[in-house]
Design a protein around this ligand. Structure first.
Ligand code: ZN
Length: 219
């Protein structure tokens, strides 16, 4: 059975999304993988009422193991994200409706690399085509957008982030929103933004290894 820590982590991460203004209302959802189980935020519970006991435990295929409430409507998205070929135990999947990420998802198919923090996410963040929330079609589109990346935008909807662990996960979510906010502001000038190429992002990925979120902060 999953440790209480994973359920507590889901509650703390959900509250962190609210505190950092990355979600509104009951939007957004979180999952934490521990071994071959997932702790997943429940559907429609106001964040102030979330407790570890309301967080469901599911198998990696999404089947409930100990889930007192219905899971988030985006369970399929979490299941597929945790099933990536390079997925690891301990990973966290965060889904937000952060405003800059969401706004940018309506005007580009890929986030222009206007800031080197794109390296945190493996390079230019892709925008998964729109599909209705909670559908398998949306989950599959997001999985494709996550190829070789740890973040994706969901067109006209929000953002998804994969973090290697609970520590630093919320910081990474904020970096993603920051990267999107910078790109959005640059695009709003009407001038084509100057962007960084893949070779530079590879250099930055190497340089950031010791300075990424959860490792003492970014430069
Ligand atoms: Zn959503």
């Amino acid at each position: 059975m999953i440790a209480p820590d994973a359920r507590t982590a889901v509650v703390d991460l959900c509250r962190g999304l609210v505190d950092r203004r990355l979600v509104v209302g009951t939007a957004g959802n979180v999952s934490v993988r521990e071994g071959d189980l997932l702790a997943v935020s429940p559907s429609g519970v106001p964040y102030p009422e979330l407790t570890p006991g309301t967080v469901g435990v599911h198998a990696l295929d999404g089947a409930p193991v100990d889930a007192p409430l219905p899971p988030t409507s985006e369970l399929a998205l979490h299941v597929l994200a945790h099933s990536r070929p390079d997925a690891r135990p301990g990973e966290v999947v965060l889904h937000t409706h952060a405003p800059a990420s969401t706004a940018l998802s309506t005007v580009v198919d890929e986030v222009p690399v206007t800031h080197y923090y794109a390296a945190f996410f493996g390079g230019a963040v892709r925008v998964a085509p729109y599909a209705t929330f909670g559908t398998d079609a949306l989950a599959r589109a997001v999985l494709r957008a996550l190829t070789d990346r740890t973040a994706a935008l969901m067109a006209n909807h929000g953002a998804v982030l994969i973090a290697p662990g609970v520590a630093g996960a919320l910081d990474r979510a904020e970096y993603l929103e920051y990267v999107c906010d910078v790109a959005l502001r640059a695009l709003s000038t009407g001038r084509p933004p100057r962007t960084l190429d893949g070779a530079e992002i590879d250099r930055v990925r190497t340089a950031l290894t010791d300075y990424g979120p959860g490792r003492g902060g970014a430069r």
